[in-house]
Design a protein around this ligand. Sequence first.
Ligand code: COA
Ligand code: AMP
Length: 629
Amino acid sequence: MAYQDLYAGWQSDPETFWMKAAEQIDWAAPPSQAYFDQGPAGEWFADATVNTCWNAVDRHVEAGRGDQLAIIHDSPITHSYRGLTYGELRDRVARLAGALRDKGVTKGDRVIIYMPMVPEALEAMLACARLGAIHSVVFGGFAAHELAVRIDDATPKAIIAASCGLEPGRVVHYKPLLDSAIEQATHKPDFCVIFQREQEVAKLIPGRDFDWHSFQFDTEPADCVPVEGNHPAYILYTSGTTGQPKGVIRHTAGHLVALNWTMKNIYGIDAGDVFWAASDVGWVVGHSYICYGPLIAGATTIVFEGKPVGTPDAGAFWRVIQNHKVKSFFTAPTAIRAVKRDDPDGELIKDYNLSSLQAVFLAGERADPDTIQWLESHLDLPVIDHWWQTETGWAIAANPFGIETMPVKKGSPSVAMPGYDVRILDDSGQEVPQGTLGSIAIKLPLPPGTLPTLWNAEERFRKAYLERFPGYYETGDAGYIDEDGYLYIMARTDDVINVAGHRLSTGAMEEVLSAHPAVAECAVIGIADSLKGQMPLGFLCLKKGADISDEQVCREVVTMVRDQIGPVAAFKLVCVVDRLPKTRSGKILRGTMVKIANGEDFKPPATIDDPAILDEIAEALKGLGYPRS
Ligand code: COA
Ligand code: AMP
């Protein structure tokens, strides 16, 4: 069935569409209906019972796929390779789950996972799912303070961590970060399980910390615990407009049904195929498409501990695709820009046999037409941009490759997927004419697999997503729809920026800068960057009489952001100014400063308090080398 028919079929009868998709899932008790009009924005398959781990692991073993590889770990950083079959994965996960159960972890308990790109991270996620425990994975590039904030919000019974992560040329010492986070947090976990890596053996705290291996020694494996369809499978924190991240909840049943549907219909993947998402388990892409999606579909997933460039060169992606016969590959545009920068003529691509590859999928930020063009010309394959968010867990708009490859329009992630009724609204909530820029909203209800609410923060959920446009989910993105129904995602409508495919909050960075004793006022903006898409840039106004040089205060705030948010914030650009440009009502004109930094045309808003300040900002930016010529 072609896309138009499928989408129209969903529109005319969503209930039948999703109940049919649900037939692919192995239920303990099947749902009597798909949609339930309950909770702040609706729920899916709420009266079913089901287990995620059973569907992602055990059922494939039962179906005779026990000897097929479930996970391939490819680590150019440690020069190692390891494969785990579905049978091995089931045994390992059941044993870990048994050990967690024996230490008191049960259905509904939270478990934080702070691990690098090793198969054990997926095993920890699946072991939680096996018990009905709710995991919350924290990205390794976040610092102790960010981990502490998540510990206090999720109040985990246990934390599963590794002794270290490995960045090119640098060991990331996880254990001191973990210890510091637990010290900073008000909530204390009952215990921690530490996966000791040979690159660093961490010191364990007796009574609180257990070594991964001895923790599981002599344990009876745990069976899968069926949970209600609307039981939270996980919480994943993502950046909002303040320093307090939003805990996106994913319900169990909708997650299973939706991800399974996408593997075939979007990515063209069947059981036995090899799928690779070059992301990190700490991000939503890692949850949906390194761990759950490929495993639910019975495919082989790749856990890659490396970078697009420098491990050892810009041929890393092509080597992995060749060696493991990857069929669909998913990465962020920024990673391809890094590859293109190091290998502009695609010479390294020619060294590898990429005949297994059928398509490349890009997401995480806008895919610029140059990047798509470069990939298309060197691979001679469909290059598919698709648009989604942590909140949705799967693509809102995509080119449905598994159904039919629609004509690619560079700069557009193509068309709305079934389940998503996407509208462009003006400030008063009215739909705008075709081709007109506006806020992108999705008519409620959202489809299965998307967020039903925020952890511990239902009011914030309503305020952030439902209040501005009643009856709709507000995406936080702005864009337009063209005459063929193709969507164009142009900008965020809030203070979220996207740095190398990582979603970051300028508000959170401002909170860190304001805490410096010499800083009276500050602003952080996201400026255009040819490699990372955006880079954060900070402006500081110092307190009168502050006894510190501009250079020193800039150095100190850079260190503070790295220590409190983490290296992933990539906060390196900062300058001191006398004043910030504001409207007469006191709103800082961040948008205007972005335009000045990017060298774009701009008109100062009529409400500006003192236009002369813009010249001072331009002067300060010039000092940092912006706008780039
Ligand atoms: N643990 C600890 N530190 C991490 C980390 C992790 N998991 N991931 C990144 N960092 C650190 C990096 O080491 C770097 O530290 P440094 O300031 O000491 O150099 C810093 O965070 C910034 O990292 P990054 O933004 O990744 O920049 P980079 O210059 O190291 O690499 C790219 C640039 C484009 C190659 C890289 O960002 C990339 O591969 N991006 C793809 C992102 C992606 O897949 N996103 C998922 C969405 S689909
Ligand atoms: P995250 O929650 O980290 O996945 O980030 C989601 C945000 O990244 C979206 O709201 C967009 O702003 C941006 N984004 C993700 N994918 C795309 C895309 N294909 N095109 C444009 N922006 C994107």
